[in-house]
Design a protein. Structure first.
Lengths: 339, 176
C-alpha cells in the first residue's frame, strides 16, 4: 500500500522554486527591498512594518475563524450570556484594530519624515529633466561655464544628500531609483524638489515609473555613487570641453558630424555643435549605456544605433541616417573618442 | 436586426479610427535616403525636377503631423515663420504658396532653401524629418484631413488650433 503524501510535501520543489523567485525580489539591483540609502531604507522599513501587521492580523483572524468553526454553540446558552460575550469579543477586536492602526500610522509618520527631511545640506544640486525617452541631468554651479549636463547617467557622492529639482519638457515622467529613493513625478511646467542619497558606492539602475509613451519601458538611467574624491574628479572631467580629435580619421569624423544631420540635434561643448534637441555628446563614450539604458556603450551598438535606431527603439526621436561607409567609420571613431 | 446593423456600423467606425495613428517606424530608413547625396552643380537641363516621390510618407498621418509640429519648434522654424503667422519669413497658415503647395514643393523649399533668407537644410535634417515637417506645414492651413490636424500646442503663445481653422484653398503666386 502506498502512502499518499500531503500536497505541500509532494510539491516541495515547486514551492521552493516559487519562494526562490519571490526572494530574488529582495536582493539585486532595482529593488526597493534592497535599500542602499536613507530614503529607500525608510520606505523599506515601512513596507516591512505594514507587511508584519498584515501577517499578524491575518493569522489572528484565521485562528478566530477556526475556533468559531470548531466550537459548537452550547445548548445552555441564554441570550443574555451570548450578548455579553459578543460585547466582549467586539471590544477586543476593535481595541486590536486601533492598536494596528496606531502602529501603521506611526510607521508611516517615521517613513514620511525619513523621505521628506534630507539628512543634511545638499552637496550638489541637479536638475532632472525628463524627455521622451531619456533623462537629462544638469549639474548646478555658481560659475555658469561650469554648468554641464550628463544625459542618462547621474553621478552622486556617497554619504551626502544630493538635491534634485525635477521637471519635464513634454509629458509626465516619474524618476525612480528603487534602491535609493521612491518615485518622484516630473511634471511639465512644474519644478518639484526632492533628494537622493547613497550610502555605499555602486551603480544603481533607475527607471521611468509613469507611462510616458511608446518607449516608456526603455527609459532607464544609471545612478553612479562614488566616494567624494572620485566624484569631484568626475565633475572636473565633465566640465571640460570635448577633447580634440587625435587622428586623421577622428578629424574626418568630426567634419562628418558637423556637416550632417547629427549637428541639428546634438551638442558637443568646445565645437560648433550646440543644439539641445537630443542628448549632449561631449563625453558620450565615458557613459555606461547608450539610448537611456537600452544598449551597452560599445562601438557596434553605437553603429547600429546611428544607422537605424528605429529598429532598436522604435518611435524614438532619432531618425535613421545614411552615410557612406568611410564617413560612417570616421564618425564612429570620432564619437568613440569623446570620453 | 436594427441593433445588429447599428452595432456593425459602430464597429466599422471604430476600426476606421485605427488607420489614423499608423506609425511607420520601420519604413523610415527607406524614407531617409534620398537627399543624402549632395548636388554637385545647381544647373539642370530644362525645368527643375521635383524630388522623386511627390507623396509624403506622412501625408494624412496624425503621428507624422504631430512629430512635424514638434520639430517645427525644435528646429526653430518658428524663429522666422512664427507659429504659422509669419514674421521674417512668410506666413504658412494662409492660402498663399509662393513656391507651390504640393508636398514635393514644400520638401524642395526646405531641402534646397529659397531666396531671401530660407536656408537649405540638405543633409542637416534627415528626409524622414523633412517629410514630417512638410506634413505639419500642410496641416497649418488645413491641407490635410481634419482628423489628423493637431488640436493643441505645447508652446505658451495661444493661437487657434490647426483643426479649428478654416481650410484654405492654395493660391500659387510664383511659378518655380
Amino acid at each position: 500500500m502506498t502512502v499518499r503524501l500531503p500536497l505541500w510535501i509532494r510539491q516541495t520543489r515547486t514551492i521552493a522554486a516559487l519562494a526562490a523567485v519571490l526572494a530574488a525580489g529582495c536582493s539585486g539591483n532595482q529593488s526597493g527591498l534592497n535599500p542602499h540609502g536613507p530614503i529607500a531604507r525608510s520606505i523599506a522599513n515601512h513596507t516591512w512594518w505594514m507587511l508584519g501587521m498584515c501577517v499578524v492580523v491575518y493569522v489572528l483572524v484565521m485562528i478566530a475563524l477556526f475556533i468559531a468553526l470548531a466550537r459548537r454553540r452550547r445548548e445552555s446558552d441564554d441570550s443574555r450570556e451570548t450578548s455579553a460575550r459578543l460585547t466582549r469579543n467586539v471590544s477586543i477586536a476593535v481595541g486590536f484594530a486601533i492598536i494596528v492602526l496606531i502602529v501603521i500610522a506611526a510607521s508611516s509618520v517615521v517613513a514620511g519624515r525619513g523621505v521628506y527631511s534630507p539628512s543634511g545640506a545638499g552637496a550638489v544640486t541637479v536638475d532632472v529633466v525628463g524627455h521622451q525617452w531619456w533623462w537629462d541631468f544638469q549639474y548646478h554651479d555658481v560659475t555658469p561655464s561650469d554648468v554641464f549636463t550628463s544625459p542618462n547617467e547621474l553621478h552622486i557622492p556617497v554619504g551626502v544628500p544630493v538635491v534634485i529639482k525635477a521637471m519635464s519638457t513634454d509629458v509626465i515622467h516619474s524618476f525612480w531609483v528603487p534602491n535609493l529613493m521612491g518615485k518622484r513625478d516630473l511634471i511639465p511646467g512644474v519644478v518639484t524638489n526632492t533628494w537622493i542619497q547613497a550610502d555605499e558606492p555602486g551603480v544603481y539602475r533607475g527607471q521611468c515609473a509613469e507611462f510616458c509613451g511608446h518607449q516608456h519601458a526603455h527609459m532607464a538611467l544609471n545612478v553612479v555613487a562614488e566616494p567624494m574624491d572620485k566624484f569631484q574628479a568626475w565633475l572636473r572631467h565633465q566640465r571640460e570641453p570635448a577633447i580634440e580629435p587625435a587622428t586623421d580619421e577622428e578629424r574626418r569624423g568630426r567634419d562628418v558630424f558637423m556637416h550632417s544631420t547629427c549637428v541639428t540635434c546634438h551638442a558637443i561643448r568646445g565645437t560648433d555643435a550646440g543644439a539641445h534637441v537630443g542628448p549632449e555628446l561631449t563625453h558620450v563614450s565615458s557613459r555606461l549605456t547608450l539610448a537611456a539604458g537600452t544598449l551597452p556603450n560599445a562601438r557596434g551598438h553605437l553603429a547600429g544605433w546611428i544607422a537605424n535606431s528605429q529598429s532598436i527603439k522604435p518611435g524614438n526621436r532619432m531618425p535613421p541616417n545614411a552615410f557612406t561607409p568611410e564617413d560612417f567609420q570616421a564618425l564612429l571613431a570620432y564619437v568613440r573618442s569623446l570620453r | 436586426m436594427v441593433w445588429t446593423l447599428l452595432l456593425a456600423s459602430c464597429a466599422c467606425t471604430f476600426t476606421a479610427a485605427c488607420e489614423r495613428e499608423v506609425r511607420p517606424f520601420q519604413d523610415l530608413a527607406v524614407a531617409s535616403a534620398r537627399t543624402q547625396t549632395p548636388v554637385l552643380s545647381p544647373l539642370f537641363p530644362g525645368a527643375k525636377p521635383l524630388p522623386a516621390a511627390n507623396e509624403s510618407p506622412f501625408q494624412n498621418n496624425a503621428y507624422g503631423t504631430a512629430e512635424g509640429k514638434r520639430l517645427f519648434e525644435q528646429f526653430n522654424c518658428s524663429g522666422c515663420h512664427s507659429h504659422g503667422g509669419g514674421g521674417m519669413g512668410p506666413a504658412l497658415m494662409d492660402d498663399t504658396w509662393t513656391y507651390g503647395s504640393e508636398p514635393a514643393n514644400i520638401f524642395a523649399s526646405i531641402v534646397e532653401g529659397r531666396p531671401n533668407g530660407m536656408p537649405a537644410w540638405r543633409n542637416k535634417i534627415s528626409d524622414q524629418q523633412v517629410w514630417e515637417v512638410v506634413a505639419y506645414i500642410q496641416s497649418m492651413s488645413g491641407q490635410e484631413s481634419i482628423d489628423v490636424l493637431p488640436s493643441r500646442s505645447d508652446h505658451m503663445r495661444y493661437s487657434t488650433p490647426e483643426n479649428a481653422r478654416r481650410a484654405e484653398t492654395p493660391v500659387q503666386t510664383h511659378t518655380p
